[in-house]
Ligand binder design. Structure first.
Ligand SMILES: [Zn+2]
Ligand SMILES: [Zn+2]
Length: 305
């Protein structure tokens, strides 16, 4: 099961009742955070999932509302007793940004592993998370992210026996290895069932909608996307500053077959009780105006074998 929490839903500056946009994912007790603006550690505290097991911090881009919470959070993670290395990743420029932000938190009790990604679409596996990034148009280099938790196919004893696979190789084949013995080659499909559905969450903020995003977020269980403004009259403004309207996010959701859409990164001028969802839901029905610490648990469902 994958727990997802949208820690904040603001853009630009944190408000007393609205922290900055960031996502926290929890899978088997390990955690991954995307973005860390001012106050992210406060809303994490309110959530109560703890700090010590944050293994990965991902940045979409290096605007203040997405990064300036880093030093405080690292100090708090250290105070929580973390000793294991922590991975930080993001678009080009990461090393310089982290170096600058951590001037005030040297001597952490854990190592920081920095992964400065090239500015291209790519996928990495860290622990049980498959993390994919796609460059998206903002006024600085910016990534959209997807997180996936995959499941290996089931091991089927009858199939292994039918294919006369020696039992000593079962474990290795189950792990995806191919084994050769004399003239024979044993492949994982000789012992495994068909591919099983994994879980996928997409997170996209501070950018214009582009065609490539549709394929990138395809069939996500949850799509978290910015909707800086709801009113169409702001279209010129969001185009100029390379952001998105709620309706543009909803069109992306509809075109890509995602299950649900949470809007976020609202303008400080857009008060929570003024977020009009009627027009958005006409485009994509399962749309929700995100609010701080909105949480869901995604599971693999009943589909088996
Ligand atoms: Zn922003
Ligand atoms: Zn930005």
């Amino acid at each position: 099961m994958l727990d997802i929490c949208l820690l904040g839903t603001g853009g630009m500056l944190p408000l007393p009742e609205r922290y900055l946009t960031a996502l926290l994912a929890r899978y088997n007790g390990r955690k991954l955070l995307i973005d860390c603006g001012e106050g992210t550690q406060v809303t994490m505290r309110m959530l109560g999932w703890g700090y010590k097991t944050v293994d990965i911090i991902c940045f979409t881009h290096y605007h203040g509302d997405h990064v300036t919470g880093l030093p405080g959070l690292l100090l708090t993670i250290a105070n929580a007793g973390r000793k294991e290395p922590l991975t930080i990743m993001g678009p080009p420029g990461l090393k310089k940004i982290v170096e600058g932000l951590t001037v005030i938190c040297r001597d952490l009790a854990f190592e920081l592993i920095l992964i400065e990604l090239s500015y291209e679409k790519q996928t990495l596996q860290i622990g049980e998370f498959w993390i994919s990034v796609l460059p998206v148009p903002h006024n600085v280099k910016c990534f959209a992210y997807t997180l996936e938790n995959k499941r290996t196919p089931k091991f089927i004893v009858e199939k292994a026996k039918q294919n006369e696979v020696p039992q000593k190789y079962w474990k290795r084949l189950q792990k995806g290895e191919t084994v050769s013995e004399e003239q024979k080659v044993y492949t994982p499909d000789m012992v495994l069932g068909h591919a099983r559905k994994g879980l996928k969450v997409a997170y996209c903020t501070d950018c214009r909608p582009i065609k490539e995003l549709e394929a990138f977020i395809q069939e996500a269980d949850l799509f978290i996307c910015e909707g800086m403004y709801m009113e169409e009259e702001y279209l010129d403004q969001v185009k100029k500053h390379k952001h998105m309207l709620g309706s543009e996010a909803a069109r992306l959701a509809r075109a890509s077959g995602v299950q649900a859409l949470w809007l976020t990164h609202f303008s400080p001028a857009l008060l929570s009780n003024h977020i009009q969802m009627e027009g958005i839901k006409e485009i994509f029905e399962n749309s929700v105006a995100g609010y701080d610490r909105i949480t869901t648990t995604l599971d693999f469902g009943q589909e088996e074998l």
